[in-house]
Design a protein around this ligand. Structure first.
Ligand code: ATP
Length: 190
């Protein structure tokens, strides 16, 4: 059982690399961004609350995220090979909640993979994605806010996971396949 946290700034390529990991290792995928966008599409209470935060480039409050965590994880059943957490945790309280939820099930996170991409490249990628996908939070103003939120609230998790002894730095520039082979070396070494 190998649970992996795929970590990085908005636009780092977490979703793209997650898809390749799922295919190669048969892991489940928990993308909290996708979970929230689905709630918005279905018009649920959570979706209505989430939309205000997302369109403003802010994080959804930790309590709400932590509330849905165990349910989503347990939906993969007891005998899964592991899941990829993509977009979760984004704050230290979320990382602590994840650790506790997994410990209660005698599970853990085997590795945190930090996809590192320089700021100017992140900006270019997200603006391009906004033009192509029409995602409401991929416009220049909201992107700047999200990058700022990443630096203040999310990046402290790098040191948090270093102190857990499971942080792995991966260069996120290059072709999709080049980046994936760097990730494969980390996973195959676990
Ligand atoms: P990627 O480029 O990998 O798609 P992203 O940061 O651009 O990453 P999502 O992970 O899809 O996009 O997240 C979109 C938005 O959803 C975030 O800006 C935030 O408002 C909200 N969100 C997603 N996950 C969380 C979380 N764990 N805690 C709080 N808010 C979250």
């Amino acid at each position: 059982m190998k649970n992996i946290v795929i970590f990085g700034a908005p636009g780092a390529g977490k979703g793209t690399q997650s898809d390749k990991l799922i295919e190669k290792y048969g892991l489940g995928h928990i993308s909290t961004g996708d979970v929230l966008r689905n709630e918005i599409k279905n018009g649920t209470e959570l979706g209505k609350t989430a939309k205000g935060y997302i369109d403003n480039g802010q994080l959804i409050p930790d309590e709400l995220m932590v509330d849905i965590l165990a349910g989503v994880y347990d939906s993969f059943g007891k005998e899964h090979k592991g899941v990829i957490f993509d977009g979760f945790p984004r704050t230290i309280p979320q990382a602590e909640a994840l650790k506790k939820m997994l410990a209660e099930r005698e599970h853990n996170v085997a590795a945190m993979i930090e996809l590192f991409v320089p700021e100017d490249e992140l900006m270019n990628r997200l603006i391009l994605r906004g033009q192509q996908s029409g995602r409401s939070d991929d416009n220049e103003e909201t992107i700047k806010k999200r990058l700022n939120v990443y630096h203040t609230q999310t990046s402290p998790l790098i040191d948090w996971y270093k102190s857990e002894g499971i942080h792995h730095h991966v260069e996120g520039l290059g072709t999709i396949d080049e980046i994936f082979s760097r990730i494969e070396s980390v996973i195959d070494s676990l």
